[in-house]
Design a protein around this ligand. Sequence first.
Ligand code: CDP
Ligand code: MG
Length: 145
Amino acid sequence: MATNRTFTMIKPIAVSNGFSGAILKMFHEAGFRLISMKYLQMTPGQAGAFYEVHKDKPFYASLVEFMSSGPIIAAILEKENAVEEFRKLIGATDPSMAAPGTIRNLYGKNLTENAVHGSDSDENAELESSFFFSGIEQYPVDHSG
Ligand code: CDP
Ligand code: MG
């Protein structure tokens, strides 16, 4: 079933460079609503599990090392057509190829240290969200009443 949610991480390089606030502002200004968010450092085992789909790729070891090298911000975002719209906002995987004004173009350092993650399908958005967030964390109750 198609959803209007995607999953993102602000990667260690962007957090350590102090870009988290600017990047979160770009999420907001592009119309994404924050559903869930946490700040944590993954162990190499956890990063390896998250990126298991890439385990046979030549970049897997360096990706796992990088993603467990410092704290990240993990978040679930909501917007119509979220997965596709968010991939547009972040730009191509390689920051040097990412369109001007995209998050990876502005804040990415290189192909591995490319500032942010964005899910590539509705199915993966759900799997990745559930990797980090329990059910109750993904479906916040409206406390306004
Ligand atoms: O993140 P995205 O979906 O755009 O790319 P991916 O192909 O799913 O790769 C996952 C992550 O692996 C990228 O975001 C990069 O951090 C890293 N990567 C890399 O280090 N070297 C590559 N040749 C390709 C990806
Ligand atoms: Mg991907």
